[in-house]
Design a protein around this ligand. Structure first.
Ligand SMILES: *Cc1c(COP(=O)(O)O)cnc(C)c1O
Length: 220
């Protein structure tokens, strides 16, 4: 593995190239550095290299790592990209700045309650189970209109859609479908693309790519 600063600049230049090919301003694509499973010592060099936007997929792990890091770097922005249990909604709202995994009515209610209680109204992405996979998180495509309506009624600030396409097959059709669903619902955000496919996702409209192993190396 190369050092974190050169991994970051490599990812940034690949993002810039994909945006250019797609005729999109590079500033339209945010890179979320996914630091799950990596300790604070691995995160600090990326912060030092200028990265400020990070993603974690478990509330408890983030609670253990991030308060100290954020105290040292108050301009860090932290997104929750993993499944959220309703009973962790308040912990999540207290720690994170954006939630990518809103996927069911019970979580709409839990997040709305937590945000009201804490007075923190975070932007959210609705996660869509884009490949209709049985064991995967995300709202079914058929259930998306009703879930978005519920979120609106609850005054949640939904800024886009998020997906994790099925593993092992070409992701482009799934990215294109998420892009279309977002457009159909007038949503600007598309959280899609990971280390293996972020350039494809950018060419198909990603506004947030979630990149872990290309920045931090393989997870144990
Ligand atoms: C782990 C994870 C990522 C990053 O995956 P890499 O392949 O390491 O880039 C992105 N999105 C979600 C939801 C994840 O859980």
């Amino acid at each position: 593995m190369t050092d974190p600063a050169s991994a970051l600049s490599d990812v940034q230049s690949r993002i810039a190239h994909a945006a250019k090919v797609a005729g999109r301003p590079v500033g339209d694509v945010a890179v979320i550095a996914v630091s799950k499973t990596h300790p604070a010592e691995a995160i600090v060099p990326l912060v030092a290299a200028g990265q400020r936007l990070f993603g974690e997929n478990r509330v408890q792990e983030a609670q253990a790592k991030w308060p100290a890091l954020r105290e040292a770097h108050p301009d860090v922005v932290l997104h929750l990209i993993g499944q959220l249990q309703s009973n962790k909604a308040e912990d999540a709202v207290a720690l994170f700045d954006c939630i990518h995994s809103l996927d069911r009515p019970s979580l709409v209610a839990a997040l709305a309650r937590a945000m009201d209680r804490l007075g923190r109204h975070l932007p959210c992405f609705v996660q869509v189970n884009i490949g209709a996979e049985e064991q995967k998180g995300g709202c079914a495509i058929e259930a998306l209109p009703a879930l978005l309506a519920e979120a609106r009624t609850a005054d949640l600030n939904v800024i886009g859609l998020m997906c994790v396409p099925p593993l092992g097959i070409e992701p482009a059709p799934f990215f294109a479908l998420l892009d279309k669903l977002a457009a159909d619902h007038g949503l600007a955000g598309r959280s899609m693309g990971m280390s293996d496919d972020f350039e494809t996702a950018i060419m198909l409209g990603a506004t947030h790519v979630r990149v872990g192993s290309a920045l931090f190396g393989a997870r144990a």
